[in-house]
Ligand binder design. Structure first.
Ligand SMILES: [Zn+2]
Length: 198
């Protein structure tokens, strides 16, 4: 009987497999539905921890520095992520401000805090206190974290407004772009392999 701890299940058709050792650029797919069930992860714990620290710094930059500044006839204005949430909350769609705050500020912050906690302990070859809860929370938070949607929106706004006003992308926008790529890399489904560690 295979060790039940180590079995993996295809998310799409519930077929159960023994995990295999994959080499670089290899992936395993389900024989029944052809969905990808395992990918080689080239990042070690130390690298993931370093990327998580980098992402936390980028998160701070994205929240402190303006996403963009606009200028028109000598008047200038700039907005941070938080300013955009506040602006939304004062309009007729206050509820959307709450959803946006969760999707672009709160969920990524929790993801990063949980990753730093879990990976910090994993780096010392120990399991973090509350490990199972942290891992389940990471799975729950993933669909709520929508930095890439926000990034796309900000880019569309910059390009559209550029025709009418002087628009300067801010440091926050560059930090947001780097952060959304990093989050996809470090908080994706790959975090699941931490269950088997150490
Ligand atoms: Zn399948």
């Amino acid at each position: 009987m295979a060790d039940a701890d180590r079995l993996i299940i295809c998310e799409h058709c519930d077929a159960v497999y023994q995990p295999v050792e994959l080499r670089a650029h290899e992936k395993a797919s389900c024989v029944r539905c052809h969905a990808i069930i395992q990918r080689h992860n080239s990042l070690g714990i130390e690298q993931r921890l370093a990327l998580s620290v980098t992402a936390a710094v980028l998160w701070a930059f994205a929240n402190v520095y303006p996403i963009m500044s606009i200028r028109l006839q000598g008047l200038s204005n700039s907005a941070t992520l938080w300013d955009s949430i506040v602006a939304l909350s004062q309009g007729p769609i206050t509820f959307i401000a709450l959803v946006a705050a969760v999707a672009i500020i709160v969920a990524p912050a929790f993801q990063l805090a949980l990753l730093l906690w879990v990976l910090g302990y994993a780096h010392g070859h120990r399991r973090a206190p509350g490990f199972a809860l942290c891992m389940r929370s990471l799975e729950t938070l993933r669909p709520w974290s929508m930095l890439e949607v926000c990034l796309l929106g900000a880019l569309v706004a910059v390009i559209k407004l550029a025709g009418l006003l002087d628009v300067l992308p801010g440091i926050g926008l560059f930090a947001l772009a780097a952060l959304s790529l990093l989050i996809i890399r470090i908080a994706g489904r790959d975090v699941r392999d931490l269950w088997g560690h150490p």
